[in-house]
Ligand binder design. Structure first.
Ligand code: SF4
Length: 585
């Protein structure tokens, strides 16, 4: 029987213990299933997300590192942004390094006495003081740790930037080369624990009794991955290939979601970035696709000298939307410059971009003025101003700039402009204005992300194949349910269509998890769904509070105009099915 292990770390007590958690994996499969159960059991509604008691759980699943594109790690925590379930997924080498350190889960609790980084190398767990890293950018921190932590085995580097140290609820954790636990504020949670970084490595490897069926299945999946059209798209231009097509169908958020068509789309398209800036494509461990697009651009050290540095920064659709079309920036170079500052500070790019867009509209509508902004005049399209503002947020130049890194919802409640605050349950909206299903997906999703149920795909499907509203919402619901299983395996969602239920069951069987069948997977999906919403509701979430941001009733989307009443109907349908599928947990 395969066994699974959890590394339990208490930063306050400075203890670490490896415990057998095979039973948890037998019941909850792995990844998001296991981590949700652990979060629920170790974090109550009384727990402040930034208190020492708040846990952070990193988990992989039973297929990680054994099959192609099973390359992600999930993090569960209580979100300082929403106050309820925090969940984020990241690639890089973390899943591999965690596995090779001999662990499938790592739960961190407590708070380090001094500013530290956590080192995990097989069985050696150490908290090391990190004063020299204080205030250091997320990019420089990795460079320093790479030099310091030379060791054998696969290494993975997680770190926060200064934004996480300042406990910004929109700060992220950066993983290896440009991968992120981006959404919902994990950076602040690590910051509150006095943890600047985690370096993890090991040299265990995957052992199997019967290799032949495993190798046959591996090869079949590998062939599908490398030959599938969808994967070619991710490898070729990456998700940024969506920019032009989305704009053509009025689906690309522009100027704080004022419209779906961006006149500068071609300038910031995947095609333009690839032609003029793409330097390298890299991949997460165990992934033959390599969708991570790294651009380079040159920047003068000082304006008066002819000396330049070459900077490397990753880009994709969400980043181009958040720092490009939604701010009306049509210069790819400026998008990269903004991204570089954001990478260094360690903010979630979507959240900070949407907050800047809200601030710009608030300025245009005279809700805030130059007294608030210390003389800055905000206007869409002015990249230099946004660059200055990001630096002022980082230095906390005045109260308003300090507030901007608390996110859109916080700012709109304090300064006004809630009608055009583009948030769903306090989380800033991702890059689609394709219609009702995108927004219903963000609202009803457990982490309020486009990755919960991909409603934007349903919006695009129904352009040519119309179905009833109820059928559309059902598609979102069913997709969300299947993703609870896929996210328990912690695969990359880009490969979700390759891993259908039959393939998943075959893969589980050949990797020593023989007790799973279709019925058990279906029950598990309902259990995870129920438990996640139980946690959310106990921590203040209510379906009844969900609303379409009022501005979106006046925007022409891919599927035309939207109404608040249709949105409410969609939420009610989702809630009804969730109640019908309720599984006691
Ligand atoms: S497709 Fe991209 S994000 Fe997904 S595992 Fe591969 S490289 Fe990582």
């Amino acid at each position: 029987m395969r066994r699974f292990y959890m590394l339990e770390i208490n930063l306050t007590e400075e203890t670490a213990e490896r415990v057998d958690c095979t039973e948890l994996f037998s019941e909850w499969l792995g990844g998001t299933g296991v981590a949700t159960k652990l979060l629920y059991d170790s974090c109550s509604s009384e727990t402040d997300p930034l208190s020492p008691e708040a846990p952070v759980i990193f988990a992989i699943g039973p297929l990680n590192n054994a099959f192609p594109v099973m390359s992600k790690t999930v993090a569960l925590f209580k979100s300082p942004l929403t106050g309820d379930l925090g969940e984020s997924h990241a690639g890089g080498r973390l899943g591999l390094a965690l596995f090779e350190s001999g662990n499938h889960v790592m739960r961190i609790r407590g708070k380090a006495k001094e500013f530290s980084y956590l080192s995990v190398e097989n069985d050696q767990i150490e908290l090391k003081q990190a004063y020299s890293l204080k205030g250091m950018s997320a990019l420089a921190t990795e460079r320093v740790l790479r030099d310091v932590e030379t060791r054998s085995g696969k290494r993975s580097f997680l770190r926060i930037g200064p934004a996480g140290e300042r406990l910004s609820p929109i700060s992220c954790v950066t993983v290896d080369a440009s991968r992120h636990f981006g959404r919902l504020g994990l950076g602040a949670v690590l910051g509150s624990k006095n943890v600047k970084a985690i370096v993890i490595s090991g040299d265990s490897y995957f052992k199997l009794d019967n290799k032949k069926p495993y190798l046959q299945l591996y090869q079949r999946i590998f062939d599908q991955v490398v030959n599938s059209e969808a994967m070619t798209k991710y490898h070729d231009l990456g998700t940024s290939m969506n920019v032009i097509p989305l704009s053509k169908i009025n689906g690309l958020p522009t100027r704080n979601f004022s419209q779906g068509f961006f006149e500068g789309a071609e300038n910031i398209s995947g095609e333009t970035f690839a032609r003029d800036f793409l330097a390298q494509q890299i991949a997460c461990a165990g992934c033959p696709i390599g969708c991570i697009h790294m651009a380079t651009y040159r920047e003068a050290f000082e304006p008066e000298h002819h000396m330049y540095k070459t900077l490397k920064v990753s880009y994709d659709h969400e980043l181009i939307y958040a720092l490009g079309s939604n701010l009306s920036i049509d210069s790819p170079e400026m998008v990269l410059k903004l991204l570089q500052v954001i990478e260094k500070q360690g903010w979630d790019a979507i959240s900070i971009g949407v907050t800047l867009a809200w601030a710009t509209e608030a300025f245009q509508r005279a809700i805030i003025d130059e007294t608030t902004t210390g003389g800055e005049i905000l206007s869409f399209g002015n990249g230099e101003t946004y660059l200055r503002i990001l630096k002022k947020i980082a230095s906390g130049e005045n109260e308003f700039f300090s507030d901007l890194e608390k996110g859109t919802e916080y700012c709109s409640k304090k300064y006004g402009g809630e009608d055009f605050a583009m948030t769903f349950r306090r989380n800033e909206a991702p890059g689609y204005v394709t219609g009702m299903n995108a927004f219903l997906g963000y609202a009803t999703g457990v982490r309020h992300s486009h990755l919960d149920s991909a409603g934007y795909s349903v919006d695009q499907e129904i352009i040519n194949n119309p179905i009833s509203f109820e059928e559309q919402v059902r598609k979102i619901y069913d997709e969300a349910c299947w993703r609870f299983i896929f996210n328990s395996l912690v695969g990359c969602l880009f490969a979700r269509k390759i891993y259908d239920q039959k393939t998943v069951l075959e893969a589980l069987e050949v990797s020593g998890m023989k007790s799973w069948d279709a019925e058990k997977l279906d029950t598990l999906s309902r259990k995870i769904h129920s438990l996640k919403f139980k946690f959310k509701e106990e921590n203040g979430f209510s379906f009844d509070d969900l609303k379409l941001p009022p501005k979106l009733e006046h925007v022409y989307t891919t599927n035309g105009k939207l109404s608040q009443s249709d949105f409410k109907k969609g939420v009610e349908l989702y809630k009804k099915w969730l109640q019908e599928d309720h599984h006691p947990v």
